[in-house]
Design a protein. Structure first.
Length: 75
C-alpha cells in the first residue's frame, strides 16, 4: 500500500472513530476542527480539493481551518 493510501486510510479511520463516538470534531487537512454537520465537513473537504494549493482561496481556507482549530485562542 502506498504512503498516500495509508495516510488516507488513517484519516478515514480517525474520522470514523470520531463520528462513531459522536464527537464534535473531525480531522480535516491535518487539523482537528469542530464541526456542526456532515455537510459542513464535505463542503470544507470539497473546497480544499477543488482549489489549487497555491491559490489565494486555498491559503485562506487553510488559515481559516488553523484558526478554527486553535483551542487556546479560537478565531
Amino acid at each position: 500500500m502506498g504512503l498516500l493510501k495509508v495516510k488516507n486510510f488513517f484519516i478515514k479511520a480517525i474520522n470514523n472513530a470520531l463520528e462513531y463516538e459522536n464527537s464534535a470534531y473531525r480531522l480535516i487537512n491535518h487539523e482537528i476542527i469542530p464541526i456542526t454537520s456532515e455537510q459542513e465537513i464535505q463542503s470544507i473537504e470539497q473546497a480544499l480539493e477543488n482549489t489549487n494549493q497555491y491559490s489565494g482561496v486555498q491559503v485562506h481556507l487553510n488559515q481559516a481551518l488553523k484558526l478554527m482549530s486553535d483551542r487556546q485562542n479560537p478565531d
